[in-house]
Design a protein around this ligand. Structure first.
Ligand SMILES: [Zn+2]
Length: 217
């Protein structure tokens, strides 16, 4: 039975919500494997259904893989790219190249559902921001204080940033499994910290390219 042209409600990464998706193509692959040893061999059968879906709102394509194993009751569904609840802001491209490549890798980790890796990346990003703005003046705490003193970070945001960075630290050292909400909060705060730098660079570039006002001859 063909599934093409069928409509399904699926999360869209661009519309950031569940939308109607058209089923473009479906392929079913049946596989089996013998497991065990010569004395006790067992056949495991599974079926993988690949479904290509297109959002009817924005046209974004998503691939769904549904794995069903009859022998051991496995029933799993994955999406490629995985459902994410944020997109990279456009102002990121106004930041220096070093920031952009790191942010690119952080978002790649996020899109691969590697939340710990993404959090570790945001901590490295804050370090990079500190080096670019206040320089290497001591430990992490001292640098945070300096960010507040120099007006890069409000006292209130520092209070939020510290536990957020601690979540990144816990992800690195204590095997903490951050929730999607935790990760989104860290991204909100860190992007809030970086955006004024992007804006400053953009304004400086604008000034450079604006012709100087000519005085009267
Ligand atoms: Zn969409």
């Amino acid at each position: 039975m063909t599934q093409e042209n069928k409509i399904e409600r699926v999360h869209c990464n661009r519309c950031l919500q569940q939308t109607n998706h058209e089923v473009i193509a479906t392929r079913v692959v049946n596989e089996s494997e013998e497991i065990g040893n010569d004395e006790c061999l067992t056949d495991i059968d599974w079926q993988v259904t690949y479904t290509m879906l297109q959002c009817r709102g924005c046209g974004t394509i998503t691939l769904r893989r549904h794995l069903l194993s009859y022998g051991n009751g496995v029933d799993e569904t994955d999406y490629f790219p995985p459902p994410i609840s944020r997109q990279m802001p456009k102002w990121i491209f106004d930041l220096p190249a070093g920031f952009q490549s790191l942010i690119d890798e952080i978002y790649t980790a996020l899109h691969a559902n590697s939340k710990c890796l993404a959090l570790m990346g945001t901590r490295a990003l804050v370090d990079l921001f500190m080096s670019a703005t206040i320089g290497d003046i001591g430990g992490f705490q001292r640098k945070l204080e300096k960010l507040v003193e120099d007006g890069y970070l409000s006292k209130k945001n520092r209070e939020i940033l510290e536990p957020a960075l601690d979540a990144g630290h816990a992800a690195t050292h204590r095997g903490h499994d951050p929730s999607v909400e935790d990760v989104n909060l860290v991204f909100d705060i860190v992007e809030n910290l970086l955006q004024p730098l992007a804006l400053k660079i953009k304004v400086e570039n604008l000034k450079k390219h604006t012709p100087k006002r000519q005085g009267k001859p």
